[in-house]
Design a protein around this ligand. Structure first.
Ligand code: 13P
Length: 281
């Protein structure tokens, strides 16, 4: 099964009964665990790395590994740059063979976000790759960046942004935030419905960690086609490595490798089942 583009997967979601999971990875074990879950469930998958995490996982090493793993997978895999902030890193990801990049211009005023996103779209087109952008602002912190407050996406701005940029996917802020929630989030499904009615491209939900099964269902039934999960995988890995150290104090390096892979696999599989992805490859 070849590495595929984002629009191939997202436009393939015809009725609102499932959404594609997009899982952050930081090393080979996490890549392997994520693809293992996808293959076992016969599900399409997106693997992604955020620019804010490259301090730990340099793109020139992790990126080619992600592309190689995708090419070997038995299910369709998109290799995506999450929260790209600089044209240099976006360019590097495209050179490596990523089939999709996100430009996160949510910190800019609308007109500047539009201008910068258009530049990214022009660049990605040269590589036959797709672009995700963000309008409004998802809260919390992704990677090394400072935490930001949620700014719910305005319907008018979403329309204006999409018409000007024609991006392939649009991340909307409907009350979610990156990282673990300090308070129970209240999702603005009403706003999501309004946006989905008037914006023609697939919509993306960031900040998936900590949402309930009902939150996920409400989101995908009302227009979300891509759901991002990062912290839940990292927390699953950390918890299972701690457990390994407790249960088997003399563990060796390869016990650790297996633990990281399986902890990722378990978390990805759990979310894929909630997102309705079984046999959707
Ligand atoms: P979480 O870390 O909350 O799962 O968010 C993931 C995300 O949206 C990555 O862009």
């Amino acid at each position: 099964m070849p590495i595929v583009k984002l629009d191939e997967l997202l436009l393939g979601v015809k009725n609102n009964s499932y959404a594609i999971g997009s899982f952050n990875v930081s090393n080979m074990e996490m890549v392997m665990g994520t693809i293992k879950a996808a293959e076992e469930l016969n599900a399409p998958v997106i693997i992604q790395i955020a620019e804010g995490r490259l301090r730990y996982s340099p793109l020139h090493t992790l990126g080619p590994m992600m592309v190689a793993a995708a090419k070997e997978a038995k299910v369709p895999v998109v290799v995506h740059l999450d929260h790209g902030g600089t044209i240099e890193v976006i360019h590097q990801a495209l050179e490596i063979g990523f089939t999709s990049v996100m430009f996160d211009g949510s910190k800019y005023p609308l007109d500047i976000n539009i201008e910068k996103t258009k530049q990214v779209k022009e660049l990605a087109d040269k590589y036959n790759a797709n672009v995700e952008a963000e309008i409004g602002r998802v809260g919390g912190a992704e990677g090394d960046y400072a935490s930001v407050d949620i700014m719910i996406t305005s319907v008018d701005e979403a329309v204006k942004f999409y018409e000007a940029t024609k991006v392939d996917a649009l991340a909307v802020a409907i009350g979610t935030a990156h990282g673990n929630y300090k308070e129970v989030p209240k999702l603005r499904i009403d706003r999501l419905k309004e946006i989905a009615k008037v914006v023609a491209c697939p919509l993306v939900l960031h900040g998936g960690t900590g949402l309930t099964e009902q939150d996920f269902r409400n989101s995908l039934e009302n227009g979300i086609k891509k759901i991002n999960i990062a912290t839940a995988s990292y927390d699953s890995v950390a918890a299972n490595v701690k457990k390994l150290a407790k249960d088997k104090p003399d563990f060796n390096y390869f016990d650790h490798t297996d633990t990281v892979m399986m902890a990722t696999y378990e978390n990805v599989k759990k979310h894929m089942l909630i997102f309705g992805l079984k046999d959707k490859a």
